[in-house]
Ligand binder design. Structure first.
Ligand code: SAH
Length: 335
């Protein structure tokens, strides 16, 4: 519940307004039950128990990278579903990557999260719990969030926006919007809807190809709405929010990594100030797709740089623990 809803619910129970703030604070902490809310009168705790239920995810699996300290969680949800979160340690602070859905409906050819389709949306509380419990279990203070785990955040729009408001609240985890990135496969009308909210978060768009022929082959979402309309929506997002878009581009051997693709990408992004983040493909055996060779990567980067496009290569974290999205849940489902 958002603070205003919680205040209304407690008012219905005959409680003064300041109680709502106390309860809200507790709900942003790793409490397993109302009895742990020790600054509330016993009678109120009993009333809360009668009216509400508190859920917490449990750790089904946890892996810690021996190489870089990345921590990966496979959570078990109250209905037996599973999602993953990853805590990554950067110099500027610890970042948690959270999931937004159980499974994913989008069908991208290279992605492990979508193989079994979508099971259900996550509730806002289930997304928030990933932040709260990753921080509590790992002991690593979280300062940044990326919505880049399992699921398509804009397909679960309302719950994701509610999560953003909850995690951003000064009485909650108080994580600033500028410390949050949301990654989408590019659902155009939802990008416009998000732009209208004017939030200061970073929008990352999974572009992965500069032309419709290539993109439609690997991302079914592109068949409904092509590259150019998507880039126009990104332009509108920038105009509305003042936030530059970051484009993700997974480098797939002989599919989207040729000089022709690089030149077309540079042409389409020219003058937008956008940033391109190249991702070395993580191999998902089911997909049959292979990562680009180092030579292809180098030549691709060279073409973008010569055309004044801002480009970086995503560093791989936790390669020894299958830290990339969807891999642990996939293994669990296969069993
Ligand atoms: N559904 C959202 C967020 C989840 S995926 C989206 O599509 O953006 C986070 C990022 O990882 C996306 O850019 C996605 O395309 C990319 N990704 C998925 N599988 C990958 C793989 N096997 N190798 C490299 N990147 C991958």
């Amino acid at each position: 519940m958002l603070p205003a809803q919680l205040a209304a619910a407690l008012k219905d129970l005959g409680e003064p307004a300041y109680r709502a703030k106390q309860v809200f604070k507790w709900l942003s902490a790793p409490v397993g039950g109302f009895d742990e809310m020790t600054n509330l009168p016993r009678a109120l705790r009993e009333k809360l128990k009668e009216s509400f239920t508190l859920y917490a995810p449990t750790v089904e699996q946890k892996r810690v990278s021996a190489l870089d300290g990345t921590v990966k969680y496979l959570w078990r949800l109250r209905d037996g579903g599973h999602v993953e979160s990853v805590v990554m340690r950067y110099e500027y602070g610890n970042t948690v990557c959270v999931s937004s859905e159980v499974g994913c409906p989008m069908g991208c050819a290279f992605c492990a999260s979508t193989i079994g389709g979508k099971v259900r949306n996550l509730a806002a509380s289930e997304i928030l719990d990933q932040v709260i419990y990753s921080q509590a279990d790992s002991g690593l203070k979280i300062s940044n969030i990326v919505l880049m785990g399992i699921g398509e955040p804009l397909d679960n729009f309302d719950n994701v926006v509610r999560f953003l408001r909850l995690v951003n609240d000064p009485d909650g985890m108080n994580i600033g919007m500028r410390h949050i990135s949301l990654s989408t496969c590019g659902i155009v009308e939802k990008i416009d809807k998000l732009a209208r909210l004017g939030l200061q978060l970073t929008l990352s768009v999974s572009l992965h190809a500069p032309d419709d022929e290539t993109r439609s082959k690997i991302m079914p979402v592109n068949r409904a709405c092509g590259v150019d309309p998507l880039l126009s929506a990104c332009g509108r997002y920038f105009e509305r929010t003042g936030r530059r878009i970051s484009f993700e581009y997974a480098m797939i051997r002989d599919v989207n990594d040729t000089p022709r693709h690089a030149r077309l990408l540079a042409e389409k992004l020219a003058g937008t100030g956008a940033h391109v983040n190249l991702i070395p493909l993580n191999e998902v055996p089911e997909s049959g797709l292979r990562p680009s060779t180092p030579e292809a990567m180098r030549s691709f980067i060279g073409i973008l740089e010569r055309n004044n496009i801002n480009v970086t290569v995503r560093r791989r974290l936790g390669p020894d623990i299958e830290a990339s999205c969807g891999q642990l849940r996939r293994e669990r489902e296969k069993k």
